[in-house]
Design a protein around this ligand. Structure first.
Ligand SMILES: Cc1cc2nc3c(=O)[nH]c(=O)nc-3n(C[C@H](O)[C@H](O)[C@H](O)COP(=O)(O)OP(=O)(O)OC[C@H]3O[C@@H](n4cnc5c(N)ncnc54)[C@H](O)[C@@H]3O)c2cc1C
Length: 500
Protein backbone atom coordinates (compact mmCIF):
# COMPACT_ATOMS: atom_id res chain seq x y z
CA UNK A 1 0.00 0.00 0.00
CA UNK A 2 1.05 3.61 -0.53
CA UNK A 3 1.71 5.90 2.40
CA UNK A 4 0.06 9.36 2.45
CA UNK A 5 3.38 11.00 1.70
CA UNK A 6 3.84 8.69 -1.31
CA UNK A 7 0.41 9.63 -2.65
CA UNK A 8 1.26 13.33 -2.34
CA UNK A 9 4.62 12.89 -4.05
CA UNK A 10 3.17 10.86 -6.93
CA UNK A 11 0.31 13.33 -7.44
CA UNK A 12 2.67 16.29 -7.53
CA UNK A 13 4.67 14.72 -10.35
CA UNK A 14 4.01 16.10 -13.85
CA UNK A 15 1.41 16.15 -15.16
CA UNK A 16 0.16 17.35 -11.80
CA UNK A 17 -2.95 15.60 -10.58
CA UNK A 18 -4.40 18.97 -9.44
CA UNK A 19 -4.20 20.26 -13.02
CA UNK A 20 -6.17 17.28 -14.25
CA UNK A 21 -9.17 17.18 -11.94
CA UNK A 22 -10.23 20.65 -10.84
CA UNK A 23 -13.86 19.53 -10.98
CA UNK A 24 -13.30 16.67 -8.56
CA UNK A 25 -11.43 18.90 -6.12
CA UNK A 26 -14.02 21.65 -6.39
CA UNK A 27 -17.26 19.73 -6.03
CA UNK A 28 -17.25 19.24 -2.25
CA UNK A 29 -16.15 22.85 -1.73
CA UNK A 30 -18.78 24.51 -3.91
CA UNK A 31 -21.85 26.01 -2.28
CA UNK A 32 -24.98 24.10 -3.40
CA UNK A 33 -26.76 27.33 -4.25
CA UNK A 34 -24.54 27.77 -7.30
CA UNK A 35 -26.42 25.09 -9.24
CA UNK A 36 -29.77 26.73 -8.53
CA UNK A 37 -28.38 30.10 -9.59
CA UNK A 38 -27.05 28.65 -12.83
CA UNK A 39 -30.47 27.19 -13.63
CA UNK A 40 -32.03 30.59 -12.96
CA UNK A 41 -29.71 32.52 -15.27
CA UNK A 42 -30.10 29.92 -18.04
CA UNK A 43 -33.90 30.22 -17.73
CA UNK A 44 -33.58 34.00 -17.86
CA UNK A 45 -31.33 33.82 -20.94
CA UNK A 46 -33.83 31.56 -22.74
CA UNK A 47 -36.67 33.92 -21.95
CA UNK A 48 -34.60 36.91 -23.09
CA UNK A 49 -33.72 35.00 -26.29
CA UNK A 50 -37.39 34.34 -27.03
CA UNK A 51 -38.59 37.86 -26.31
CA UNK A 52 -35.66 40.03 -27.49
CA UNK A 53 -32.73 38.30 -29.18
CA UNK A 54 -34.31 35.89 -31.67
CA UNK A 55 -36.80 38.39 -33.12
CA UNK A 56 -34.04 41.00 -33.58
CA UNK A 57 -30.86 39.12 -34.58
CA UNK A 58 -31.28 39.04 -38.38
CA UNK A 59 -32.65 42.60 -38.39
CA UNK A 60 -29.71 43.97 -36.39
CA UNK A 61 -27.20 42.18 -38.63
CA UNK A 62 -28.91 43.62 -41.73
CA UNK A 63 -29.11 47.07 -40.18
CA UNK A 64 -25.36 46.98 -39.50
CA UNK A 65 -24.60 45.93 -43.09
CA UNK A 66 -26.58 48.89 -44.37
CA UNK A 67 -25.24 51.38 -41.83
CA UNK A 68 -21.99 50.12 -40.22
CA UNK A 69 -21.87 53.17 -37.95
CA UNK A 70 -25.20 52.40 -36.29
CA UNK A 71 -24.88 51.98 -32.51
CA UNK A 72 -27.37 49.48 -31.03
CA UNK A 73 -28.32 51.62 -28.02
CA UNK A 74 -31.88 50.27 -28.29
CA UNK A 75 -30.66 46.74 -27.51
CA UNK A 76 -28.40 47.91 -24.67
CA UNK A 77 -31.30 49.82 -23.12
CA UNK A 78 -33.51 46.76 -23.37
CA UNK A 79 -30.83 44.54 -21.77
CA UNK A 80 -30.49 47.18 -19.05
CA UNK A 81 -34.27 47.09 -18.45
CA UNK A 82 -33.99 43.32 -18.03
CA UNK A 83 -31.30 43.94 -15.40
CA UNK A 84 -28.62 42.06 -17.32
CA UNK A 85 -25.77 44.47 -16.55
CA UNK A 86 -26.03 43.94 -12.79
CA UNK A 87 -26.66 40.18 -12.71
CA UNK A 88 -23.06 39.54 -11.67
CA UNK A 89 -22.54 42.66 -9.58
CA UNK A 90 -22.52 41.64 -5.88
CA UNK A 91 -25.69 42.31 -3.88
CA UNK A 92 -23.77 44.55 -1.51
CA UNK A 93 -23.57 47.12 -4.31
CA UNK A 94 -27.19 46.69 -5.31
CA UNK A 95 -26.56 44.07 -8.00
CA UNK A 96 -28.16 40.64 -8.17
CA UNK A 97 -25.02 38.86 -7.03
CA UNK A 98 -25.19 35.70 -9.15
CA UNK A 99 -22.14 33.48 -8.78
CA UNK A 100 -19.59 34.37 -11.43
CA UNK A 101 -19.20 30.98 -13.18
CA UNK A 102 -22.91 31.02 -14.08
CA UNK A 103 -22.20 33.83 -16.54
CA UNK A 104 -20.66 31.32 -18.98
CA UNK A 105 -23.85 29.27 -19.14
CA UNK A 106 -25.86 32.45 -19.65
CA UNK A 107 -23.55 33.56 -22.47
CA UNK A 108 -23.67 30.15 -24.15
CA UNK A 109 -27.46 30.50 -24.34
CA UNK A 110 -27.45 34.01 -25.81
CA UNK A 111 -24.64 33.21 -28.26
CA UNK A 112 -26.53 30.19 -29.55
CA UNK A 113 -28.93 32.74 -31.04
CA UNK A 114 -26.75 35.84 -31.58
CA UNK A 115 -23.06 36.31 -30.79
CA UNK A 116 -23.17 40.08 -31.29
CA UNK A 117 -25.85 40.53 -28.65
CA UNK A 118 -24.06 38.12 -26.31
CA UNK A 119 -20.99 40.32 -26.71
CA UNK A 120 -22.99 43.48 -26.03
CA UNK A 121 -23.73 41.94 -22.63
CA UNK A 122 -20.64 39.81 -22.01
CA UNK A 123 -17.94 42.37 -22.73
CA UNK A 124 -19.30 44.56 -19.94
CA UNK A 125 -18.32 41.77 -17.55
CA UNK A 126 -14.86 41.60 -19.16
CA UNK A 127 -14.46 45.22 -18.05
CA UNK A 128 -15.89 44.35 -14.64
CA UNK A 129 -13.48 41.38 -14.31
CA UNK A 130 -10.54 43.65 -15.17
CA UNK A 131 -11.60 46.10 -12.50
CA UNK A 132 -11.93 43.28 -9.96
CA UNK A 133 -8.46 42.01 -10.88
CA UNK A 134 -6.89 45.22 -9.59
CA UNK A 135 -8.55 44.62 -6.20
CA UNK A 136 -8.71 48.36 -5.73
CA UNK A 137 -11.76 48.13 -3.51
CA UNK A 138 -12.52 51.84 -3.43
CA UNK A 139 -12.73 52.18 -7.22
CA UNK A 140 -14.56 48.85 -7.55
CA UNK A 141 -17.25 50.22 -5.25
CA UNK A 142 -17.48 53.49 -7.17
CA UNK A 143 -17.86 51.89 -10.62
CA UNK A 144 -20.28 49.22 -9.40
CA UNK A 145 -22.45 51.91 -7.81
CA UNK A 146 -22.57 53.71 -11.19
CA UNK A 147 -23.60 50.50 -12.99
CA UNK A 148 -26.40 49.90 -10.51
CA UNK A 149 -27.50 53.53 -10.70
CA UNK A 150 -27.56 53.21 -14.50
CA UNK A 151 -30.03 50.36 -14.20
CA UNK A 152 -32.27 52.35 -11.86
CA UNK A 153 -32.36 55.51 -13.95
CA UNK A 154 -32.58 53.73 -17.33
CA UNK A 155 -29.22 55.08 -18.55
CA UNK A 156 -27.04 51.99 -19.06
CA UNK A 157 -23.57 52.25 -17.53
CA UNK A 158 -21.26 49.72 -19.22
CA UNK A 159 -17.59 48.99 -18.63
CA UNK A 160 -15.10 48.21 -21.42
CA UNK A 161 -11.56 46.81 -21.41
CA UNK A 162 -8.99 48.79 -23.41
CA UNK A 163 -5.82 46.78 -23.94
CA UNK A 164 -5.13 46.41 -27.67
CA UNK A 165 -3.21 49.15 -29.51
CA UNK A 166 -2.78 49.85 -33.23
CA UNK A 167 0.70 48.25 -33.15
CA UNK A 168 0.30 45.79 -30.27
CA UNK A 169 -2.30 43.02 -29.94
CA UNK A 170 -0.59 39.77 -29.01
CA UNK A 171 2.45 41.70 -27.74
CA UNK A 172 0.46 43.36 -24.99
CA UNK A 173 -0.93 40.10 -23.64
CA UNK A 174 2.38 38.52 -22.60
CA UNK A 175 5.13 40.18 -20.58
CA UNK A 176 7.75 38.18 -22.52
CA UNK A 177 6.63 40.02 -25.66
CA UNK A 178 5.78 43.46 -24.25
CA UNK A 179 9.24 44.98 -24.13
CA UNK A 180 9.98 43.90 -27.72
CA UNK A 181 6.58 45.05 -28.98
CA UNK A 182 5.36 48.38 -30.23
CA UNK A 183 3.41 49.66 -27.22
CA UNK A 184 2.72 53.41 -27.29
CA UNK A 185 0.00 54.21 -24.72
CA UNK A 186 1.94 56.28 -22.22
CA UNK A 187 0.92 57.35 -18.70
CA UNK A 188 3.23 60.03 -17.28
CA UNK A 189 3.21 60.51 -13.51
CA UNK A 190 2.31 64.09 -12.60
CA UNK A 191 1.15 65.82 -9.44
CA UNK A 192 -2.14 64.24 -8.33
CA UNK A 193 -2.41 61.64 -11.09
CA UNK A 194 -1.27 60.61 -14.58
CA UNK A 195 -1.28 62.27 -18.02
CA UNK A 196 -2.19 59.75 -20.71
CA UNK A 197 -1.35 59.88 -24.42
CA UNK A 198 -1.99 57.24 -27.04
CA UNK A 199 -4.81 55.20 -28.51
CA UNK A 200 -6.50 51.82 -28.27
CA UNK A 201 -8.27 49.95 -31.06
CA UNK A 202 -10.85 47.20 -31.46
CA UNK A 203 -12.35 47.93 -28.05
CA UNK A 204 -15.64 46.07 -27.86
CA UNK A 205 -18.56 48.21 -26.67
CA UNK A 206 -16.21 51.21 -26.54
CA UNK A 207 -18.71 53.71 -27.95
CA UNK A 208 -21.42 52.33 -25.68
CA UNK A 209 -19.48 52.28 -22.40
CA UNK A 210 -19.26 54.84 -19.64
CA UNK A 211 -16.17 53.45 -17.90
CA UNK A 212 -13.06 52.14 -19.69
CA UNK A 213 -10.47 49.98 -17.95
CA UNK A 214 -7.29 51.23 -19.58
CA UNK A 215 -3.93 49.47 -19.70
CA UNK A 216 -1.21 52.10 -20.06
CA UNK A 217 2.49 52.20 -19.22
CA UNK A 218 4.64 54.61 -17.22
CA UNK A 219 7.82 53.70 -19.14
CA UNK A 220 7.53 52.68 -22.79
CA UNK A 221 11.13 51.44 -22.70
CA UNK A 222 10.08 48.69 -20.27
CA UNK A 223 6.30 48.39 -20.23
CA UNK A 224 6.30 44.92 -18.65
CA UNK A 225 7.30 46.38 -15.27
CA UNK A 226 5.49 49.71 -15.57
CA UNK A 227 1.82 48.86 -15.90
CA UNK A 228 -0.63 51.65 -15.03
CA UNK A 229 -4.29 50.62 -14.93
CA UNK A 230 -6.80 53.42 -14.99
CA UNK A 231 -10.58 53.62 -14.78
CA UNK A 232 -11.52 56.35 -17.24
CA UNK A 233 -14.94 57.87 -17.69
CA UNK A 234 -16.15 58.82 -21.15
CA UNK A 235 -16.63 62.48 -20.27
CA UNK A 236 -12.98 62.93 -19.15
CA UNK A 237 -11.22 65.85 -20.84
CA UNK A 238 -8.69 64.69 -23.45
CA UNK A 239 -10.57 61.44 -24.06
CA UNK A 240 -12.40 60.89 -27.35
CA UNK A 241 -13.73 58.15 -29.62
CA UNK A 242 -12.13 57.51 -32.99
CA UNK A 243 -13.30 55.19 -35.75
CA UNK A 244 -15.59 52.23 -35.38
CA UNK A 245 -14.37 49.08 -37.20
CA UNK A 246 -16.38 47.65 -40.09
CA UNK A 247 -15.90 43.94 -39.50
CA UNK A 248 -17.05 40.64 -41.00
CA UNK A 249 -19.00 39.31 -38.01
CA UNK A 250 -20.55 40.22 -34.67
CA UNK A 251 -21.54 43.35 -36.51
CA UNK A 252 -23.99 44.50 -33.85
CA UNK A 253 -21.21 44.88 -31.28
CA UNK A 254 -19.06 47.96 -31.95
CA UNK A 255 -15.26 47.68 -31.92
CA UNK A 256 -14.04 51.18 -31.14
CA UNK A 257 -10.95 53.28 -31.23
CA UNK A 258 -10.31 55.21 -27.98
CA UNK A 259 -8.01 58.25 -28.06
CA UNK A 260 -6.16 59.89 -25.19
CA UNK A 261 -4.74 63.31 -25.82
CA UNK A 262 -2.90 64.64 -22.77
CA UNK A 263 -5.74 63.21 -20.74
CA UNK A 264 -5.41 63.91 -17.00
CA UNK A 265 -6.46 61.03 -14.76
CA UNK A 266 -6.60 61.83 -11.04
CA UNK A 267 -5.20 59.49 -8.38
CA UNK A 268 -8.75 58.69 -7.26
CA UNK A 269 -9.24 56.47 -10.35
CA UNK A 270 -5.74 55.02 -10.62
CA UNK A 271 -6.52 51.34 -10.04
CA UNK A 272 -2.96 50.06 -10.13
CA UNK A 273 0.48 51.48 -10.86
CA UNK A 274 4.18 50.68 -10.38
CA UNK A 275 4.20 52.16 -6.85
CA UNK A 276 1.38 49.81 -5.83
CA UNK A 277 2.99 46.88 -7.67
CA UNK A 278 6.19 47.38 -5.66
CA UNK A 279 4.28 46.57 -2.47
CA UNK A 280 3.40 43.08 -3.68
CA UNK A 281 5.47 39.95 -3.19
CA UNK A 282 6.31 39.25 -6.85
CA UNK A 283 8.53 41.37 -9.10
CA UNK A 284 6.68 44.12 -10.99
CA UNK A 285 6.99 42.21 -14.27
CA UNK A 286 5.65 39.00 -12.75
CA UNK A 287 2.81 41.00 -11.19
CA UNK A 288 1.88 42.46 -14.59
CA UNK A 289 1.69 38.92 -16.02
CA UNK A 290 -0.23 37.68 -12.99
CA UNK A 291 -2.79 40.45 -13.39
CA UNK A 292 -3.29 39.78 -17.11
CA UNK A 293 -3.50 36.04 -16.47
CA UNK A 294 -5.98 36.65 -13.68
CA UNK A 295 -8.38 38.44 -16.04
CA UNK A 296 -7.89 36.12 -19.00
CA UNK A 297 -8.20 32.95 -16.91
CA UNK A 298 -11.79 34.01 -16.26
CA UNK A 299 -12.61 35.80 -19.51
CA UNK A 300 -11.19 33.10 -21.79
CA UNK A 301 -13.61 30.64 -20.17
CA UNK A 302 -16.29 33.16 -21.19
CA UNK A 303 -15.05 33.23 -24.78
CA UNK A 304 -15.04 29.42 -24.66
CA UNK A 305 -18.72 29.69 -23.73
CA UNK A 306 -19.25 32.05 -26.70
CA UNK A 307 -17.66 29.44 -28.96
CA UNK A 308 -19.79 26.68 -27.43
CA UNK A 309 -22.88 28.82 -27.96
CA UNK A 310 -22.17 29.50 -31.62
CA UNK A 311 -21.35 25.78 -32.11
CA UNK A 312 -24.76 25.03 -30.64
CA UNK A 313 -26.54 27.62 -32.76
CA UNK A 314 -25.03 26.09 -35.91
CA UNK A 315 -25.93 22.59 -34.74
CA UNK A 316 -29.52 23.59 -33.98
CA UNK A 317 -29.88 25.21 -37.42
CA UNK A 318 -28.50 22.05 -39.08
CA UNK A 319 -30.75 19.82 -36.98
CA UNK A 320 -33.85 21.81 -37.90
CA UNK A 321 -32.88 21.77 -41.56
CA UNK A 322 -32.24 18.01 -41.50
CA UNK A 323 -35.61 17.39 -39.85
CA UNK A 324 -37.51 19.46 -42.39
CA UNK A 325 -35.70 18.38 -45.59
CA UNK A 326 -36.12 15.28 -47.70
CA UNK A 327 -33.15 13.86 -49.63
CA UNK A 328 -33.40 10.78 -51.91
CA UNK A 329 -36.89 9.96 -50.69
CA UNK A 330 -36.31 10.18 -46.92
CA UNK A 331 -35.76 12.78 -44.24
CA UNK A 332 -32.16 14.04 -44.21
CA UNK A 333 -32.07 13.35 -40.48
CA UNK A 334 -32.56 9.64 -41.20
CA UNK A 335 -29.52 9.34 -43.48
CA UNK A 336 -26.66 7.74 -41.58
CA UNK A 337 -24.02 10.08 -42.98
CA UNK A 338 -26.05 13.09 -41.80
CA UNK A 339 -26.47 11.50 -38.38
CA UNK A 340 -22.70 11.04 -38.15
CA UNK A 341 -22.18 14.71 -38.99
CA UNK A 342 -24.75 15.80 -36.42
CA UNK A 343 -23.22 13.50 -33.79
CA UNK A 344 -19.81 15.01 -34.51
CA UNK A 345 -21.24 18.51 -34.05
CA UNK A 346 -22.88 17.46 -30.81
CA UNK A 347 -19.57 16.00 -29.61
CA UNK A 348 -17.86 19.33 -30.34
CA UNK A 349 -20.41 21.19 -28.21
CA UNK A 350 -20.20 18.88 -25.22
CA UNK A 351 -16.39 18.80 -25.31
CA UNK A 352 -16.24 22.60 -25.53
CA UNK A 353 -18.69 23.06 -22.66
CA UNK A 354 -16.73 20.67 -20.46
CA UNK A 355 -13.55 22.68 -20.95
CA UNK A 356 -15.10 26.00 -19.92
CA UNK A 357 -16.75 24.33 -16.92
CA UNK A 358 -13.38 22.86 -15.89
CA UNK A 359 -11.76 26.26 -16.34
CA UNK A 360 -14.42 27.77 -14.07
CA UNK A 361 -13.73 25.12 -11.44
CA UNK A 362 -10.06 26.14 -11.55
CA UNK A 363 -10.96 29.82 -11.15
CA UNK A 364 -13.21 28.90 -8.21
CA UNK A 365 -10.38 27.03 -6.50
CA UNK A 366 -7.39 29.19 -7.33
CA UNK A 367 -8.41 32.27 -9.32
CA UNK A 368 -10.79 35.19 -9.40
CA UNK A 369 -13.80 33.42 -7.87
CA UNK A 370 -11.85 32.00 -4.95
CA UNK A 371 -13.09 34.06 -1.99
CA UNK A 372 -16.66 34.40 -3.21
CA UNK A 373 -17.03 30.61 -3.36
CA UNK A 374 -15.86 29.98 0.20
CA UNK A 375 -19.10 28.72 1.72
CA UNK A 376 -19.45 31.11 4.71
CA UNK A 377 -18.61 34.13 2.51
CA UNK A 378 -20.93 32.94 -0.25
CA UNK A 379 -23.87 32.55 2.14
CA UNK A 380 -23.11 35.80 3.95
CA UNK A 381 -22.96 37.82 0.74
CA UNK A 382 -26.03 36.08 -0.70
CA UNK A 383 -28.38 35.92 2.27
CA UNK A 384 -27.35 38.52 4.86
CA UNK A 385 -29.89 41.37 5.03
CA UNK A 386 -28.88 44.28 2.81
CA UNK A 387 -28.89 46.71 5.77
CA UNK A 388 -26.29 44.63 7.58
CA UNK A 389 -24.06 44.39 4.50
CA UNK A 390 -24.43 48.11 3.85
CA UNK A 391 -23.11 48.78 7.36
CA UNK A 392 -20.16 46.40 7.03
CA UNK A 393 -19.01 46.51 3.43
CA UNK A 394 -18.61 50.18 2.35
CA UNK A 395 -16.26 51.08 5.24
CA UNK A 396 -14.17 47.99 4.39
CA UNK A 397 -14.12 48.78 0.65
CA UNK A 398 -13.19 52.42 1.23
CA UNK A 399 -10.40 51.65 3.69
CA UNK A 400 -6.84 50.84 2.67
CA UNK A 401 -7.26 47.59 4.56
CA UNK A 402 -9.74 46.39 1.93
CA UNK A 403 -7.32 46.70 -0.98
CA UNK A 404 -4.39 45.42 1.08
CA UNK A 405 -6.22 42.31 2.27
CA UNK A 406 -7.74 41.40 -1.10
CA UNK A 407 -4.36 41.79 -2.83
CA UNK A 408 -2.70 39.68 -0.15
CA UNK A 409 -5.22 36.86 -0.69
CA UNK A 410 -5.55 37.06 -4.47
CA UNK A 411 -2.07 38.15 -5.55
CA UNK A 412 0.56 37.29 -2.95
CA UNK A 413 -1.04 34.04 -1.82
CA UNK A 414 -1.75 32.79 -5.33
CA UNK A 415 1.02 30.30 -6.07
CA UNK A 416 2.82 30.00 -9.41
CA UNK A 417 1.22 26.58 -9.94
CA UNK A 418 -2.23 28.12 -9.38
CA UNK A 419 -1.53 30.90 -11.88
CA UNK A 420 -0.36 28.37 -14.47
CA UNK A 421 -3.30 26.04 -13.91
CA UNK A 422 -5.97 28.73 -14.17
CA UNK A 423 -4.25 30.39 -17.13
CA UNK A 424 -3.65 27.11 -19.00
CA UNK A 425 -7.22 25.93 -18.53
CA UNK A 426 -8.53 29.35 -19.61
CA UNK A 427 -6.58 29.02 -22.86
CA UNK A 428 -7.82 25.45 -23.31
CA UNK A 429 -11.44 26.56 -22.91
CA UNK A 430 -10.92 29.44 -25.33
CA UNK A 431 -9.29 27.34 -28.05
CA UNK A 432 -11.64 24.37 -27.71
CA UNK A 433 -14.80 26.48 -27.64
CA UNK A 434 -13.95 28.81 -30.49
CA UNK A 435 -12.52 26.06 -32.72
CA UNK A 436 -15.74 24.12 -32.09
CA UNK A 437 -17.74 27.22 -33.07
CA UNK A 438 -15.97 27.60 -36.42
CA UNK A 439 -15.98 23.86 -37.10
CA UNK A 440 -19.70 23.47 -36.42
CA UNK A 441 -20.59 26.56 -38.43
CA UNK A 442 -18.69 25.08 -41.38
CA UNK A 443 -20.30 21.67 -40.92
CA UNK A 444 -23.76 23.25 -40.76
CA UNK A 445 -23.14 24.93 -44.11
CA UNK A 446 -21.80 21.67 -45.57
CA UNK A 447 -24.92 19.84 -44.46
CA UNK A 448 -27.38 22.50 -45.55
CA UNK A 449 -25.96 23.25 -49.01
CA UNK A 450 -27.27 26.40 -50.67
CA UNK A 451 -30.00 26.84 -48.03
CA UNK A 452 -27.32 27.48 -45.41
CA UNK A 453 -26.03 30.43 -47.37
CA UNK A 454 -29.41 32.15 -47.16
CA UNK A 455 -29.50 34.74 -44.44
CA UNK A 456 -32.79 33.55 -42.94
CA UNK A 457 -31.15 30.34 -41.64
CA UNK A 458 -28.55 32.39 -39.69
CA UNK A 459 -26.02 29.59 -40.39
CA UNK A 460 -23.78 31.83 -42.50
CA UNK A 461 -23.95 34.48 -39.75
CA UNK A 462 -22.75 31.90 -37.20
CA UNK A 463 -19.66 31.30 -39.36
CA UNK A 464 -18.95 35.04 -39.70
CA UNK A 465 -19.42 35.53 -35.96
CA UNK A 466 -17.41 32.48 -34.89
CA UNK A 467 -14.26 33.43 -36.81
CA UNK A 468 -13.78 36.58 -34.71
CA UNK A 469 -13.77 34.53 -31.54
CA UNK A 470 -10.62 32.71 -32.67
CA UNK A 471 -8.89 36.09 -32.77
CA UNK A 472 -9.95 38.08 -29.70
CA UNK A 473 -8.83 37.41 -26.13
CA UNK A 474 -5.53 36.32 -27.66
CA UNK A 475 -5.43 34.55 -31.01
CA UNK A 476 -5.81 30.79 -30.80
CA UNK A 477 -2.13 30.51 -31.80
CA UNK A 478 -1.14 32.58 -28.75
CA UNK A 479 -3.47 30.53 -26.57
CA UNK A 480 -1.95 27.28 -27.85
CA UNK A 481 1.48 28.58 -26.87
CA UNK A 482 0.14 29.62 -23.47
CA UNK A 483 -1.43 26.21 -22.94
CA UNK A 484 1.92 24.62 -23.68
CA UNK A 485 3.74 27.11 -21.44
CA UNK A 486 1.35 26.66 -18.50
CA UNK A 487 0.34 23.02 -18.63
CA UNK A 488 1.86 20.96 -21.45
CA UNK A 489 5.55 21.68 -21.13
CA UNK A 490 6.13 23.62 -17.93
CA UNK A 491 8.04 20.79 -16.25
CA UNK A 492 10.70 20.67 -18.97
CA UNK A 493 13.69 22.73 -17.79
CA UNK A 494 14.87 23.50 -21.33
CA UNK A 495 11.43 24.71 -22.47
CA UNK A 496 10.97 28.39 -23.31
CA UNK A 497 7.90 29.91 -24.96
CA UNK A 498 7.50 33.40 -26.51
CA UNK A 499 11.22 33.76 -27.18
CA UNK A 500 11.13 33.70 -31.04
C1 LIG B 1 -14.10 41.60 -32.69
C2 LIG B 1 -12.93 41.93 -31.82
C3 LIG B 1 -13.16 42.48 -30.58
C4 LIG B 1 -12.08 42.83 -29.76
N1 LIG B 1 -12.33 43.40 -28.54
C5 LIG B 1 -11.28 43.83 -27.79
C6 LIG B 1 -11.52 44.51 -26.55
O1 LIG B 1 -12.65 44.67 -26.10
N2 LIG B 1 -10.45 45.00 -25.88
C7 LIG B 1 -9.17 44.84 -26.32
O2 LIG B 1 -8.26 45.30 -25.67
N3 LIG B 1 -8.92 44.19 -27.49
C8 LIG B 1 -9.94 43.68 -28.23
N4 LIG B 1 -9.69 43.02 -29.42
C9 LIG B 1 -8.32 42.87 -29.89
C10 LIG B 1 -7.82 41.43 -29.78
O3 LIG B 1 -7.60 41.09 -28.46
C11 LIG B 1 -6.58 41.32 -30.68
O4 LIG B 1 -7.04 41.37 -32.01
C12 LIG B 1 -5.83 40.03 -30.45
O5 LIG B 1 -5.19 40.06 -29.22
C13 LIG B 1 -4.78 39.77 -31.54
O6 LIG B 1 -3.98 40.86 -31.74
P1 LIG B 1 -3.72 41.42 -33.22
O7 LIG B 1 -5.04 41.44 -33.90
O8 LIG B 1 -3.01 42.70 -33.09
O9 LIG B 1 -2.83 40.34 -33.92
P2 LIG B 1 -1.25 40.32 -33.98
O10 LIG B 1 -0.69 40.39 -32.61
O11 LIG B 1 -0.80 41.33 -34.95
O12 LIG B 1 -0.96 38.88 -34.55
C14 LIG B 1 -0.95 38.59 -35.96
C15 LIG B 1 -0.61 37.12 -36.12
O13 LIG B 1 0.67 36.81 -35.58
C16 LIG B 1 0.58 35.81 -34.58
N5 LIG B 1 1.53 36.13 -33.51
C17 LIG B 1 1.79 37.35 -33.01
N6 LIG B 1 2.75 37.28 -32.07
C18 LIG B 1 3.10 35.99 -31.98
C19 LIG B 1 4.07 35.26 -31.21
N7 LIG B 1 4.87 35.86 -30.35
N8 LIG B 1 4.18 33.94 -31.39
C20 LIG B 1 3.40 33.32 -32.30
N9 LIG B 1 2.48 33.94 -33.05
C21 LIG B 1 2.33 35.26 -32.90
C22 LIG B 1 -0.86 35.86 -34.11
O14 LIG B 1 -1.27 34.63 -33.55
C23 LIG B 1 -1.58 36.19 -35.40
O15 LIG B 1 -1.72 35.03 -36.15
C24 LIG B 1 -10.76 42.62 -30.23
C25 LIG B 1 -10.55 42.04 -31.48
C26 LIG B 1 -11.61 41.67 -32.27
C27 LIG B 1 -11.33 41.03 -33.59
Amino acid sequence: MLRTSDVKAYCEREPQFDDMICSLRAISKQPKGMLKETREVVALARKFNDRVVRPYTAELDRKMQEDPDYLPRDFVEEANRWGLYTLWIPRIFGGKGYSLPSICHFLEEITSVCAAMANLIGVHYLGVATLIATWNTNIIQRVFNDVVEGEKNGKPCLVSLALTEPGAGTDIEETDLMDRGNITCHARKVDGGYRVNGSKVFISNGHLSTWHMLFSFADLGKPSSNLVMLAIKTETEGFSFGRKEHKMGQKGCPASELRFDDCFIPDSVVCFDPAQASKLARTRTDTTMQLIDYVFSASRAGVGAFGTGVARGAYEAALKFASETEVCGKQLINHEWAQCMLAEMNKNIIGARNTYVESNYANGLDGMYKTLQVKPIYYLVRYAPAVVLKKLVPPFMESRLGTWLMRKIHCDWQTDAEIERTSGLGSLAKITGTDAGVKNAQMALDLMGQAGLRQEWIAEKHLRDAKLMQIYEGTNQLNRLNLFKCLGGRHLPQMSVFTD
